[in-house]
Design a binder for this molecule. Structure first.
Ligand code: 173
Length: 323
């Protein structure tokens, strides 16, 4: 064999040896759908993270943001992630309680997400999410954000008797325990429900009502807020398992950095409270003892029902979410 043929042979065998490696390292694109519309606070806040990940992940991993409720109804995203119709959901547990009651427990944490990673709560979440929902829980994108009751009619004590409120599973048991009649709707239907007088108010986090123009139809916000609004990234478990270690590391590095950055929500929330006052939304408050009762009742009702629905995991979640 002359030298040229040798070199050619080596070149071919080297190329052949590299083909499987290149194939394994091929860029993978994951499809992301959101329970919240493209122009809302929760999605806008996540966009820079997706951009950064995609810039860094060239040739390795890309996130393709498909869209919000126009692409898929919010209450169907959980199942779509579970079955692998989409890869990743930007959603909240309240929207997939049809899969498991534990989904709605994430609102009950008293600790920010990075603390939950330290004390083992996130491992427990992943055990439950893996086992019951075929999901890998990636990370939380909102923290430090309470929910509130917003009303078109005044109340002077924590009694919602005679009022009909728009809910999701987040608020159902609490509002009913205060005497309300409830009707569940997706966020996109709240404006019309208010406009038509079908509801006298709604539950929603302290931020974000301006995204939907609900300030036009809202007269009061009840303080204090309660729970911790949860929106997270969840991924189909089979898809997660199929990622290479490098792809997992890249994805998690960005998710964790974003999660650790969540104290920026405090400023967003302060600004939204100011803006609500500016447009004439009045605050309804109670005396300190009544306010405490109201706040404590929110947790009591929710934990009692969760533990009833999940005797196995409810108590464990409660323990890790509160210390
Ligand atoms: O009110 C809702 O639609 C809801 O459950 C929710 C949960 C997290 C963030 C925003 C809204």
């Amino acid at each position: 064999m002359n030298i040229t043929r040798w070199l050619t042979a080596i070149a071919y065998s080297t190329a052949a040896a590299f083909i499987p490696l290149h194939a394994a390292a091929q860029e993978l694109t994951l499809r992301v759908v959101s329970a919240f519309a493209e122009n809302t606070t929760y999605v806008k806040n996540l966009e820079p993270m997706i951009k950064k990940l995609n810039a860094e992940g060239k040739g390795v991993l890309q996130l393709n943001f498909i869209g919000g409720p126009k692409a898929m109804p919010p209450f169907e995203i959980g199942n779509a992630v579970r079955t692998g119709v989409v890869d990743i959901g930007l959603t909240t547990g309240a929207f997939y309680t049809n899969i498991m009651p534990e989904a709605d427990a994430l609102k009950l944490t008293q600790l920010p997400a990075p603390e939950l990673r330290k004390n083992g709560a996130t491992n427990l979440i992943n055990k439950v999410w893996n086992e019951k929902a075929n999901m890998q829980y990636l990370g939380r994108v909102i923290d430090y954000t309470p929910f509130h009751i917003y009303l078109t009619k005044k109340i002077d004590k924590p009694d919602l008797t005679g009022l009909k409120l728009r809910i999701t599973p987040v608020y159902r048991d609490f509002f009913q325990s205060l005497g309300a009649t409830v009707v569940q709707t997706a966020p996109g239907e709240v404006y019309t429900a208010l406009e038509r007088g079908v509801v006298d108010g709604y539950g929603w986090p302290v931020n974000g009502i301006f995204d939907f123009n609900w300030q036009e139809k809202t007269r009061f916000r009840v303080d204090p807020g309660f729970y911790s609004a949860e929106v997270s990234l969840v991924m189909n478990l089979d898809k997660w398992k199929a990622l290479s270690q490098g792809q997992k590391d890249l994805l998690m590095r960005h998710v964790l950095a974003h999660e650790a950055d969540a104290s920026s929500w405090k400023k967003v929330n302060e600004d939204d409270v100011k803006r609500q006052a500016q447009v004439g939304i009045q605050t309804i408050t109670f005396d300190p003892a009544t306010a405490k009762q109201f706040y404590d009742k929110a947790y009591e009702v929710a934990w009692t029902n969760l533990i009833k629905a999940s005797p196995q995991y409810g108590p464990q979640l409660k323990k890790l979410f509160s210390n």
